[in-house]
Design a binder for this molecule. Structure first.
Ligand code: FCB
Length: 484
């Protein structure tokens, strides 16, 4: 039973979105194309052939959306900057109209008492840079640092909280391993080179932001999973080591401890390449002001050849549209981890009977404490923020004009409880952002998966606060308990 007052008075309570998922206005006011504009047009890449061309029209409706944030009682908004809106070619000339948009957004937020948190890279690399090799090329890390400097010059007087990357695991391994995200490549273990260049870009961007105006707080957001072996057997424990290795440690350790986990580099078969690039680790391990943790679920894993301990995962929604996103989440119906986990492709995901969201992801709130503890153990003094947490359910607006999303409401309560539990254990958790403020373009799933506290009617762009949003408002305003 958590009340708002159980968390510190200066705790950050926010919502999150990302540029390509909400802005729309894809070809407006000088924005250049990104890899997601290209990828979404590839036949079969996105459910229903959906694109972010219009998305939820946040570009034009941000005023109304900021008012909703205030109505919810949140005090922060995490959004991302579209690199190709600010630098249409990825480098070179700055697009004034892009700067103006983000300045107007940040000003509106500040007027409404909502702190702007800007993410520099939420997966939408300018297509011009992809044409030069994208994240598989080291040069992209340098271009990212230049972009960070440009963005900070343009907005640093309004925005003080900066996140370099969102979920480099997804950008590297879904983008270049399984290929279910842009740029849709399948280069096997070489996807780890993209991960390294992303991390190098992170370190260089930290320096670029710090070189600007003082007072900026800068961090990076990783998507961490709680990982458990399905049994105590050595083979299952090794499966958990591999999955935890590539999903969590491969990102946490370079950023926080200046090293890559040797076992993971060995699993990948990339010892030589990582040895040749080891000097970059000093650049990757730049001091940061906070770590952002995105948490959604737990992976319970078993060795490839073990006899099944439980029924293998079944897609709760084995709809024909399951294909593109299926690889993205092994728990959504894959029996193995597939090419997004090079070096552990055959590891199996096991169904423990936990309830699942519309993504097929098991709901395991206590896993949030696991991942915060894992990060905290590596950097005990570093403040942590949950920069995303949320759930998809197939919501509809009822005859009463409301959206009764009881499962999301419960999910939210349980994860807020987990935040309080983490603080009780002495973890310096300082903020919690719900994914997402409103329903939006859910990558390979298009508009078929809804994560919002606010429902969006995609035909009319009408926004309706869901019961989960109404609960959050009550919790934040009145310190309501999570048990009601
Ligand atoms: C995360 C992404 C975010 C959203 C949620 C559901 O991996 O960062 O953009 O798609 O998943």
């Amino acid at each position: 039973m958590t009340a708002r007052s159980d968390l510190p008075a200066d705790f950050v309570w926010g919502t999150a979105t990302a540029a390509y998922q909400v802005e729309g206005a894809a070809a407006l006011d000088g924005r250049g194309p990104s890899i997601w504009d290209t990828f979404a047009r590839r036949p079969g890449a996105v459910v229903g052939g959906d694109t972010g061309d219009v998305a939820v029209d946040h570009y034009h409706r941000f005023g109304e959306d900021v008012d909703l944030m205030r109505e919810l009682g949140t005090n922060a908004y995490r959004f991302s900057l579209s690199w190709s809106r600010l630098l249409p070619e990825g480098t070179g000339t700055v697009n004034r109209a892009g700067v103006d948009f983000y300045r107007r957004l940040a000003e509106r937020l500040l007027e409404r008492g909502v702190a702007p948190w800007a993410t520099l890279y939420h997966w939408d690399l300018p297509q011009a840079l992809q044409d030069r090799g994208g994240w598989l090329e080291r040069d992209t890390a340098e271009r990212f640092a230049d972009f960070a400097a440009t963005a900070h010059d343009a907005l640093g007087d309004l925005v003080t909280s900066w996140i370099t990357l969102n979920e480099p695991w997804c950008a590297a391994f879904l983008g270049h391993g399984s290929g279910v995200h842009a740029p849709g490549l399948q280069v096997g273990a070489r996807a780890s080179h993209a991960a390294h260049h992303l991390l190098l870009g992170h370190g260089l961007a930290v320096d670029a932001v710090r070189a600007g105006r003082s007072g900026a707080s800068v961090g990076v957001t990783l998507n961490l999973y709680s990982v458990r072996p399905a049994s105590d057997g050595a083979a299952d424990r090794d499966a958990a080591r591999r999955v935890d290795g590539l999903q969590n440690r491969f990102f946490l350790e370079p950023v926080l401890a200046g090293r890559y986990p040797e076992d993971v580099v060995r699993d990948l078969g990339e010892q030589e390449w990582f040895a040749a690039n080891a000097a970059d680790l000093a650049r990757i391990q730049r001091p940061i002001d906070f770590l952002g943790v995105n948490y959604y679920s737990r992976h319970t894993v078993a060795a490839p050849d073990a006899a099944p301990l439980a029924a293998p995962d079944a897609a709760p929604d084995a709809a024909p549209d399951a294909a593109p996103g299926a690889v993205r989440s092994p728990a959504a119906g894959e029996s193995t981890f597939g090419p997004a986990f090079p070096g552990s492709e055959d590891v199996r995901s096991v169904d423990t009977g936990a309830p699942r969201t519309h993504m097929g992801w098991p709901v395991v709130p206590e896993g949030l404490v696991d991942v915060l503890e894992q990060a905290h153990a590596l950097a005990p003094a570093l403040p942590l923020h949950v920069t995303e947490n949320g759930s998809a359910y197939p919501d509809t607006v009822g005859g009463d004009g409301l959206v009764h999303d009881a499962e999301r409401l419960r999910y939210l309560q349980q994860h807020v409880d987990a935040c309080a539990a983490a603080r009780e254990r002495g973890i310096p958790l300082q903020g919690y952002f719900v994914w997402s403020l409103m329903d939006n373009f859910e990558w390979a799933w298009g508009f078929s998966r809804r994560f919002g506290l606010v429902h969006v009617d995609y035909a009319t762009q009408q926004r309706t606060v869901k019961d989960s949003g109404r609960w959050l408002r009550a919790f934040l305003r009145e310190g309501a308990t999570t048990a009601d």
